[in-house]
Each structure stands twice: as structure tokens, then as C-alpha cells.
Design a protein around this ligand. Structure first.
Ligand code: ZN
Length: 423
């Protein structure tokens, strides 16, 4: 199982924004589990912060900008791409200006900055957004298609018939290694004819051949040429990775883009964010649980984990009339045996204990039950919600307090002692 990640140390980077041309210092700082990506404008009164979300995008003209109230953070896509590529889930990003520095126009400066800070694995599993069924958005020949996949894959096609670039195609599995080697070095690109227009609009004030690839009618203007023959389409992939990380959560899906851009990328991210909010609450699904607990039908008695934090976990067992024990307990009067309520509550605790990186692969045996009380019967149709508080957790033992409720009413409570053993 992949754990959440943050940066290890505080690091800073200084540079000039592509559009504003203004000097900005950016500082990355470690953040706790489930914190997300949070930008802080330290140059403004009371240092307002903005947590990254696709619904906070305020502009996507030549770059992606997010905002809340009057606070703006602009050109966020390259640093977000680097955070996605290096699988950083939680980080505080302080900046003393509005726009992120352009660096060399690629995501490499951010990759190097994160590497300089170091990366730490955190004691909580990383949540992915899994796409269950395909969907797409389409307009004027531009397309974004998203398909279910076990990995994060991007296929991208661009077409500039009027320029020497013509059509370019690229396809990558986006993992850490591929991101660093194949995607991160590709730079922003622009067409000479557009540069003057953009400058008049007040954009690309900080743009130069040091932070962008410029293409005129004859080809690439930059003296050293391109870093990859298809660098422009690779940069589009970089932008898409960054824009999708507005979700703050990695995705497992295959995204196919045809002549898309920030506007389209952000629309997809916003659609995904809605999907994500609809399934809010499901922290671990049954497939995740089966990777942690050795129990299987008919003895796996936890269906999903609603939340998993430091020292506590909440899990659910949906009781149906089809449970095998109802035929005998009791015929014509189905009631969940108290011993199985205890087992269901203990399994929620088991997910917490066995999910810890140091306990992976171990088994948790019952070593004792204290203060067990059964307040109400649990019957078919009930949703048993177990809240577990970890009281003691040592290398070989654990002690927890568990409370089971149905419709907000306590049905059972107990303290459990576990011993943790190697298989
Ligand atoms: Zn870009």
C-alpha cells in the first residue's frame, strides 16, 4: 500500500513569474497527514492561505490560477505537476507574491527543490481517485477522454498545422521515474506571432528564451533547440498532470487528450472533483481492506473504512438478511450474535493496527476483552458503525476502545487487547 508523503525539510526557491515578471520567493514546508496542498501568501496582511481545489480556479488563460476572495495564486500548474509526479500529498507552500516563478519553463526546478527538501512517508495510506466508468468532454474538435485503469496514464495529441511543429503525439505511464526523466524537463512553448499579442495584454512580461521554447515560421528559435523532439506535446502532458493535481489526490485512470489545453484540463478536474465529493467519506473500500486484513467471506465483517486518522479509525459493517449466521441465529428471528458484533468491531481496530507500515504482513490476535457491554440487538438492515480509539500501541501489543452504533445509538462497547505476531 502507498503511504502519504510530505517534504522532509523546509526549502526555498526564488525566481521571476512568467506573466508578471515579478520576483517571488517560494518556501516548501512539511505538513501533517490528510493536510493537502496549501498555499500561503505571506506578503499579504494576515497571511491568507488557500487549499488547492479545482473549484477554486479563477482563470486559465495561459496558465492556471486559483483564488479565494481577493487572494490570487497564479501559474500553479508546474509546481503541482512536480508535486503529483513525486507523489507529495501534504505540503505548505509559502510565497511572497502572486505568481509562481517560471524557472526554466519546465517542472525541473520544482523536482530539484522537492528532492533537496527530501521526501518522508507518513503513517496514513494515500487515497487515489479511481475512475469506475469512462466519460469525456468534447468541444470544437478538442477532446478529453478518461478511462478506468490500474495506473495513471496519459496519451496526448497536439496539432498546429500552421506551424513547423505540425502534429505531435506522446503516451506515458505517469510514475515517479517517468515523470522525472521524460516529462519534468519539457518546457513551456509559444509561437513568436503570439508573443507580441500576449505582451500587449500584459501577459508573458517575464518571458524569455531562458524560460520558454519559442517557435517561429522556420522552427525553434532557441539556440540549443529542443530537449526532446516532441518536447511541446510532453509539456502539454506536464500541464495536464499539474491541472489534474488541483484535486489534491492522485488518480488511477487513463486520460486521452486531443488538442486540449488548460481550459479543458480544468473542466475535467472540476468534473472529477464532483465525483470525488460524491464518494466523500469512503476512505478505504473493500479492495483496500482485503489488502490489509487476512479475513475473507464469511468472516470478513468490515465493509468500508470511513476515516482513518492518527490514533482513531471509523469502520462500517452493513448487516444484510443474507448473512450466513441468520439462518441459525435465530430461525424466524434474525439477530447478530454478540460475539460477531465484537468480532466486527475488533476487525475495524485490526485495519488500523495492520495498516501501520511496521505491522504490515503481521496478524493481530485477540488477547483480551474488557468492559464489554451489549446495549441493543443488531438486526438485518442495520449499519453498524464502529469508532475505535487507540489507547496503547507497542511493537507486540495494542489496546483500543471500541464503540459500535446503529443510527447514532450505542449498540455495543468494549476495550480490546491485541497481540501482534509475525505470520
Ligand atoms: Zn505549462
Amino acid at each position: 500500500m502507498q503511504m502519504q508523503r510530505s517534504v522532509k525539510d523546509k526549502v526555498s526557491y526564488e525566481g521571476i513569474g512568467l506573466h508578471t515578471g515579478k520576483k517571488v520567493t517560494v518556501t516548501l514546508k512539511p505538513a501533517p497527514v490528510n493536510y493537502g496542498i496549501v498555499f500561503v501568501r505571506v506578503d499579504l496582511p494576515s497571511s491568507p492561505s488557500i487549499k488547492v481545489k479545482a473549484s477554486k480556479v479563477v482563470s486559465n488563460e495561459r496558465g492556471t490560477s486559483i483564488g479565494e476572495g481577493r487572494v490570487r495564486i497564479t501559474t500553479v500548474e508546474h509546481i503541482l505537476a512536480a508535486l503529483s509526479g513525486l507523489r507529495i500529498n501534504n505540503v505548505i507552500i509559502k510565497m511572497d507574491g502572486e505568481e509562481f516563478p517560471a524557472g526554466d519553463g519546465s517542472a525541473l526546478p520544482w523536482v530539484r527543490l522537492i528532492q533537496r527538501a527530501g521526501i518522508v512517508e507518513q503513517p496514513a495510506p494515500c487515497r487515489f481517485l479511481k475512475i469506475e466508468k469512462p466519460f469525456w468532454i468534447e468541444e470544437n474538435g478538442k477532446r478529453l477522454i478518461i478511462l478506468p485503469d490500474e495506473e495513471f496514464k496519459i496519451t496526448y495529441t497536439v496539432d498546429f498545422p500552421e506551424s513547423p511543429l505540425k502534429s505531435q503525439f506522446a503516451e506515458f505511464v505517469i510514475n515517479e521515474e517517468n515523470f522525472i526523466r521524460e516529462i519534468a524537463p519539457s518546457r513551456t512553448f509559444g509561437f513568436m506571432k503570439e508573443v507580441e499579442k500576449l505582451k500587449k495584454k500584459g501577459l508573458v512580461q517575464g518571458g524569455s528564451l531562458d524560460n520558454a521554447v519559442v517557435i517561429d515560421d522556420k522552427g525553434v528559435v532557441n539556440e540549443k533547440g529542443l530537449r526532446f523532439p516532441n518536447e511541446p506535446v510532453r509539456h502539454k502532458i506536464l500541464d495536464l498532470i499539474g491541472d489534474l493535481y488541483l484535486l489534491g489526490r492522485p488518480i488511477k485512470a487513463h486520460v486521452i487528450a486531443v488538442k486540449a489545453g488548460h481550459l479543458f484540463h480544468v473542466r475535467l478536474a472540476q468534473k472529477l472533483e464532483k465525483l470525488m465529493e460524491d464518494d466523500r467519506g469512503v476512505c478505504l473500500d473493500i479492495r483496500d481492506i482485503e489488502k490489509i486484513l487476512p479475513h475473507r467471506y464469511p468472516f470478513l465483517l468490515v465493509d468500508k473504512i470511513l476515516s482513518l486518522g492518527e490514533g482513531e479509525i471509523v469502520g462500517v459493517k452493513n448487516v444484510t438478511v443474507n448473512e450466513p449466521f441468520f439462518s441459525g441465529h435465530f430461525p424466524g428471528h434474525p439477530v447478530v450474535p454478540a460475539a460477531l458484533i465484537v468480532e466486527a468491531m475488533a476487525q475495524v481496530a485490526g485495519v488500523y493496527l495492520l495498516n501501520k507500515s511496521e505491522n504490515q504482513g503481521k496478524l493481530a490476535y485477540f488477547a483480551g476483552i474488557d468492559k464489554a457491554r451489549f446495549r441493543r440487538p443488531v438486526v438485518p438492515g442495520d449499519q453498524l458503525i464502529t469508532k475505535v480509539k487507540i489507547l496503547i500501541l507497542k511493537k507486540k501489543t495494542g489496546k483500543v476502545e471500541a464503540v459500535g452504533t446503529v443510527n447514532g445509538k450505542v449498540v455495543a462497547e468494549a476495550n480490546f487487547l491485541f497481540s501482534l505476531v509475525e505470520r
